[in-house]
Write a protein that binds this ligand. Structure first.
Ligand SMILES: Nc1ncnc2c1ncn2[C@@H]1O[C@H](COP(=O)(O)OP(=O)(O)O)[C@@H](O)[C@H]1O
Ligand SMILES: [Mg+2]
Length: 305
């Protein structure tokens, strides 16, 4: 039996709360990610998405459970896992360019300085930061620009696993669209595996092979694995005309607006075996008529918090 590229097994996170009490943020989280897959995770604020991602990165320890990547247990950070945090984390004393070359140099100690610079430059160019901004320090850049540097840094190190925590939230719509397209291109060319947290349903449908849906905490769980049956390459403007699109979108919106609060924590199987989330394919049958204008009107779901 071949192991999946990434295996998340019985993950739980608990915090002490009050005198002899504990707060269980999530538990019994089991899922796999195959090599080259693009998986998004969606759920309301506080359910534990960032915690799970930090555990995958090796930056946080779960209370229970094990993460295995390429057959080896994750037990600390590694250059094979690149992270873009919700709140960009750059080295404040280095310029934008040096923040990128720093990671590339660590990843490729045998590369010449010129090769490292050119490679880093290419990724800064991709995020639109080569018009002088590359020589500025983080304090001299806007929030959106800093986030673009941290995206360039993570992409430039070309990790096996790219972990993205709401990376595009601080960007304007135009930059966001460009970087989403670049991300898709890089992912398609590189065979990288991507795990991404987003609160944007349309972004998740555009990018993902599968979307994991997380129920609300405490005792949150990964409730479903939703397969995105929309062929690639996907284009924002064309995708909305695909018959599966509104079925998937409605399924996600319905989960977030009602079902995510109703799903109760379920215990592990009696024999202690893993319980992966059920696979759901809302867009699988595309023989029903396209939705009328009324039902196709976008729903607004607030995940702010
Ligand atoms: N040190 C801590 N003590 C108690 N609770 C914590 C601590 N750190 C995080 N939490 C709780 O863990 C939960 C999950 O947080 P997080 O992973 O950031 O959620 P998300 O990314 O889904 O918004 C939150 O409800 C938060 O209150
Ligand atoms: Mg978070």
């Amino acid at each position: 039996m071949s192991q999946p590229f990434l295996q998340i097994d019985g993950l739980a996170k608990r915090f002490p709360s009050g005198k002899d009490d504990t707060l269980t943020v999530f538990e019994n989280v089991d899922f796999d990610i195959e090599k080259g897959e693009f998986v998004c995770i969606i759920g309301h604020s506080g359910c534990g998405k960032s915690t799970i991602m930090n555990v995958l990165a090796g930056l946080d320890e779960p209370t229970d459970g094990v993460v295995t990547m390429d057959g080896r247990e994750v037990s600390g950070p590694s250059l094979e896992r690149g992270v873009v945090f919700q709140n960009y984390s750059l080295l404040p004393w280095l310029t934008a360019l040096k923040n990128v070359t720093f990671g590339v140099k660590a990843r490729h100690p045998d590369w010449s300085a010129e090769r490292i610079r050119q490679h880093s430059y290419k990724f800064l160019e991709m995020v639109g930061l080569t018009n002088g901004a590359e020589h500025r320090k983080p304090s001299q850049l806007s929030g959106g620009m800093r986030q673009r540097v941290s995206i360039a840094r993570a992409f430039a190190t070309e990790p096996k696993l790219l972990l993205l925590d709401e990376p595009f939230g601080a960007l304007d719509a135009l930059t966001r669209g460009t970087i989403q397209d670049e991300l898709l291109r890089i992912w398609q060319d590189s065979g990288q595996t991507v795990f991404m947290i987003t609160h944007d349903v349309d972004e998740a449908i555009l990018l993902a092979d599968r979307i994991l849906l997380m129920s609300n905490g405490p005792f949150a769980q990964v409730a479903e694995s939703v397969v995105i049956d929309i062929p690639r390459p996907r284009k924002r403007t064309e995708m909305v005309h695909h018959p599966a699109y509104y079925k998937i979108r409605n399924h996600l919106v319905d989960f977030l607006s009602s079902r995510s609060a109703e799903i109760a924590a379920s215990p592990r199987e009696k024999d202690g075996s893993r319980r992966q989330p059920p696979t759901v394919r809302p867009g699988a049958e595309d023989d029903s008529p396209a939705p009328d204008a009324e039902s196709a009107r976008p729903h607004l779901v607030s995940l702010a918090g």
